[in-house]
Ligand binder design. Structure first.
Ligand SMILES: [Zn+2]
Length: 152
């Protein structure tokens, strides 16, 4: 596929539908607060730079969030339509290398995206890394040295 075709393809993708897709995956029963889990949320305008990105306010905890808050898609430098295209190419069984070529992305970027997308389009940002680190650093070298010196 030539670069000009790619631009056309990306241009055909409707941002509103991309965000609707995320909402559908994330909240099949309607939006709920990512902080307290309450379903008592009200719509509170749209993102300043992404007009299709819905903002919400939680009536229970007054928390503010939007369609992508707390998901792997939030704060990523790739626009949502690139994620959706990436997901589409994954469905066609394209390799990471092919997807990178089609989307004009870096190989490592593409790998990170496909890994995250395998967990789900609206999967939560993994908190596993944090707890994993705590588990690994169970021994404190300084403490051991200190104890040894004191005992001898
Ligand atoms: Zn809340």
């Amino acid at each position: 596929m030539a670069a000009s075709d790619l631009i056309n393809l990306s241009g055909l993708i409707d941002d509103a539908k991309c965000f609707a897709l995320v909402r559908q995956h994330r909240w099949p029963e309607g939006a709920c607060c990512p902080v307290c889990g309450s379903g008592a949320v009200i719509r509170a305008g749209h993102d300043d730079t992404q007009p299709c990105r819905q903002r919400y306010r939680c009536k229970a905890c007054s928390g503010r969030f939007d369609d992508l808050t707390g998901t792997v898609l939030a704060g990523h430098h790739q626009p949502l339509r690139v994620w959706v295209l990436c997901l589409y190419f994954m469905g066609l069984n394209l390799s990471n290398r092919q997807i990178a070529l089609e989307l004009g992305l870096d190989g490592s970027d593409t790998q990170a995206m496909t890994e995250q997308l395998r967990r789900g389009l609206a999967a939560k940002t993994p908190a596993v890394e944090l707890t994993g680190e705590v588990g690994v650093s169970r021994t404190h070298p300084h403490e051991r040295i200190g104890m040894g010196c004191g005992a001898v």
